[in-house]
Design a protein. Structure first.
Length: 209
C-alpha cells in the first residue's frame, strides 16, 4: 500500500488557508485552486522517467534530459475537479484531459455516474485524477475504478482537502494508487461535508452559490 503524501510546504499551506477563508472571492478562489494544483503536480511528477538526448546549446553540443515514455493525463471529477486542470496544464501543456461525471445522491451520500470520456491512449499515460475535496472517498474510489476499467495502469489521485475517513476508504479500495493531499481534516458533518473544510468547492470555483 502506498503511503499518502500530505503536503507541509509553506506555500501550499498558505494558499489552502486562503481557500478556507469564506471571504475569499470567486476569482481569487479559482486562481488559488489552480496554483495549489500546480504546486502539488510538481511533487506528484517527481518520479517521471527521463532519457538523454543530444542538443546544441549556443555554446556547444550537450547531452541533456527530457521526459521519456509515459506522458500525463489529467482526469477531473466534474465539476469541481475542473478547477485543478489549469494548474496541471501549466506544468505539462501536452497532457491530455479526460472527464468523469459523478454527483452525490443527497439521501444516500453515494456517487452516481453520469459521464465518462477518457483519452484513447489512457493505458500509455500517467493518470492524475483530480477533485478538490475528498469527503467519504466514494467518488474518488469510483472514478479511479472507471479509469482502471479503461486500461489505465499508473494512477495518482490529487485533492486539496481530504477527510481522514475518505483517505482511509480510498487507501483500502485502491492500495496501488498514489494519493496527494494538501491538507487532512479530521471529520465530516451529518451531511458528509468536510469540517472545517472550505465549503462546496464547485460553488466557490464557479460562483454558483
Amino acid at each position: 500500500m502506498n503511503d499518502p503524501i500530505i503536503f507541509d510546504h509553506p506555500l501550499i499551506q498558505h494558499k489552502v488557508t486562503l481557500l478556507r477563508d469564506k471571504n475569499t472571492g470567486t476569482k481569487e478562489f479559482r486562481e488559488i485552486v489552480a496554483e495549489v494544483a500546480m504546486l502539488m503536480c510538481y511533487e506528484a511528477t517527481r518520479d517521471l522517467p527521463l532519457r538523454e538526448v543530444e542538443i546544441e546549446t549556443p555554446m556547444s553540443p550537450a547531452r541533456a534530459k527530457v521526459l521519456a515514455g509515459r506522458k500525463l493525463a489529467a482526469v477531473p471529477i466534474l465539476r469541481a475537479g475542473l478547477g485543478m486542470v489549469e494548474g496541471i496544464l501549466r506544468l505539462s501543456p501536452a497532457a491530455k484531459v479526460g472527464h468523469i461525471g459523478l454527483y452525490r445522491d443527497h439521501e444516500t451520500h453515494l456517487p452516481v455516474e453520469y459521464y465518462c470520456k477518457l483519452p484513447s491512449d489512457i493505458d500509455e499515460r500517467e493518470v492524475i485524477v483530480l477533485d478538490p475535496m475528498m469527503a467519504t472517498g466514494y467518488s474518488a474510489a469510483d472514478a479511479i475504478s472507471m479509469v482502471k476499467r479503461h486500461g489505465a495502469l499508473s494512477i495518482n489521485f490529487m485533492c486539496i482537502i481530504s477527510s481522514a475517513e475518505g483517505l482511509a476508504h480510498l487507501r483500502k479500495t485502491h492500495p496501488d494508487v498514489h494519493i496527494y493531499c494538501a491538507a487532512l481534516d479530521e471529520k465530516m458533518d451529518d451531511n458528509k461535508y468536510i469540517v472545517p473544510g472550505l465549503g462546496d468547492a464547485g460553488d466557490r470555483i464557479f460562483g454558483t452559490k
